[in-house]
Design a binder for this molecule. Sequence first.
Ligand code: FE
Ligand code: FE
Ligand code: ZN
Length: 278
Amino acid sequence: MLTIGCHLSSAKGYAAMAKEAEKINANTFQFFTRNPRGGKAKAIDPKDVEKFHSEADRLGIQKILAHAPYTLNACSPDEKVREFAYNTMADDLKRMEYTPGNCYNFHPGSHVKQGVEKGIELIAELLNHILKPEQSTTVLLETMAGKGSEIGRNFQELREILDRVELQDKIGVCLDTCHIYDGGYDIVNDLDGVLKEFDQVIGLSRLKAVHLNDSMYGLNSHKDRHAKIGEGKIGKEAMIRIVNHPVLKELPFYLETPNDLEGYGAEIAFLHSVRQES
Ligand code: FE
Ligand code: FE
Ligand code: ZN
């Protein structure tokens, strides 16, 4: 079964997101835990969560993915910014326990002239302070396009972070198709080779989610500009191969394409139509 959804606004709560998912035939979704530019999160309403759980059961929504705010930078040279990252992620993970057993995705961070090694150290340090044995959430490092001084622009950098994390069963990876194509991994002409490399460097058991996006710019462009499915440089045929690839097909796919709800619905319908169930 294809598990697919898109990014939805969390402004009206969990039950409202389930309703939106239903409208577009999505069986999962992604959402920001709070304003993507940062700030305080709205208090969780247990009644809303209860309603969400019954809606999720009814609709067959299995996995949902939370996304940390963009302003979260675990490896900023500014201690205040790192403190914000720590407080935000710690608070988000507490909130995630209202919807246990899901994943929380974050951008590893930008090292801003400190160098990749220092950045990796700081990210691992933060994770080792935050991850708790009792949490039910898996935290995911997102593969990045390599814009500016972003960490996670190749599989090796993510592997180096993973290696330093103490609670290994609490950490995984989310693969963003736009980002890795931007980062120089040719998923158009050699999807098998890229996934083999992912397995060798990171390990496929780490892969928990896919951000399914086309890319406005070409291979190795490091631009991070998402395009609608089939309207970018990755293209329709490669997208069809991605949602049907034996290594990926059982993972949840999340669209982060420039769309309104109706546009997302059309992409979901298209991807269902090209999915080969064996
Ligand atoms: Fe992201
Ligand atoms: Fe993404
Ligand atoms: Zn992106």
